[in-house]
Design a protein around this ligand. Structure first.
Ligand SMILES: [Zn+2]
Length: 330
């Protein structure tokens, strides 16, 4: 019988197969046409957990189901709760994918598919670790509760409601959140905080129908013009957010934190090269890691108005829609 380490070390291909199987399920929580796929992903998890002897509870309510799986409880050991999610972000625009989002491909040792690194890969790391330990050592040193929800990408509504009513049933000594990242290849990290979000959709309406700019331009209010002015007005030239009071309760970074961030092997030029950009804008006075990890930010996430097809159309659109959000810090 191999040891746990030997077993894990020699199971790379087998683990990849499990991941690929999971990734093939297009569990897009935001799109109602994928409701059946959400069920399929929850059922996939249920099967995995039942096969390793866990007790599975599928929590249902308004929204996508939550899968809760528990190892057989033993009173002499602490309990670890592992949180993750099986839903993924919508894969559009599809034409930008090198390989289809739900047809996983391995290239240079990496698996490419929607959800591979958010969050199916990570949660599966924990699941396969537990399974490997059971297969090699026959027991776990801790009680484990997995909570895998299907609405992380759309607001975790069902989970929030469930936690309000059933937090006691999830009593544990430690919580491990799988929904984070390594610092880099071969550089594991313990993430001790993530930014929150406030997300908005803004819809402006002008005239009762689209108008021709040659006939009406300058004589009516164009909602697209107004929308971009409104969006731009929320950002100062120095990269800070221009919403009054926005920074009032933001806790400043400690010198110690800034030192720790600065001590990480972060290569700005490699970062720019990887993103194929010449540089970065952002809040003045902060490094890129500080901006990304410890400062709030504002981003427009979607714009829709007017003519998007090939060539020109001199339209004054009658509606303009923006989706935008703020990343929040303590
Ligand atoms: Zn995630």
């Amino acid at each position: 019988m191999p040891t746990f380490e030997e077993y894990v070390g020699s199971s790379h291909d087998r683990f990849d197969e499990v991941l690929i199987d999971f990734l093939k399920i297009p569990s897009v929580s935001a799109a109602s046409e994928h409701a059946g796929d959400m069920e399929a992903a929850a059922a996939w998890l249920q099967t995995f957990f039942e096969e390793i002897g866990f007790t599975v509870e599928i929590v249902r309510g308004e929204g996508h189901p939550i899968v809760i799986a528990r190892s057989p409880k033993k009173d002499d050991r602490p309990t670890v709760l592992v949180y993750g999610h099986y839903d993924v972000q919508p894969p559009e625009p599809l034409e930008l994918w090198t390989s289809p989002p739900f047809d996983p491909q391995v290239r240079d040792g990496a698996v490419y598919a929607r959800g591979a690194c958010d969050n199916k890969g990570q949660i599966l790391t924990h699941m396969l670790s537990v399974r490997s330990m059971l297969e090699t050592e026959g027991d776990l040193p801790v009680n484990v509760i997995f909570v895998v929800e299907g609405e992380e990408e759309i607001g975790s509504h069902l989970l929030e409601k469930y936690l309000d009513e059933h937090a006691g049933e999830l009593a544990c000594d430690y919580v491990v959140v799988s929904d984070s990242a390594q610092f880099g290849p071969g550089q594991p990290a313990i993430t001790c905080g993530l930014r929150g979000i406030a997300y908005f959709e803004l819809r402006l309406r002008g005239a009762k129908r689209d108008l021709h700019s040659g006939t009406f331009g300058g004589g009516v209010t164009n909602p697209a013009n107004v929308l971009v002015e409104m969006l731009a007005s929320m950002r100062n030239p120095d990269g800070s957010v221009a919403v009054p009071g926005f920074y009032d309760d933001v806790i400043p970074l400690l010198d110690e934190e800034r030192k720790q961030f600065a001590s990480l092997p972060f290569d700005e030029q490699a970062y720019f090269a990887e993103l194929d950009v010449n540089g970065a804008t952002g809040e003045e006075g902060y490094t890129i890691l500080e901006r990304r990890w410890a400062r709030p930010s504002y981003d427009v996430n979607g714009l829709d108005s007017g003519y998007q097809g090939e060539g020109a159309k001199t339209v004054i659109p009658n509606t303009a829609v923006a989706k935008f959000s703020f990343r929040l810090v303590p």
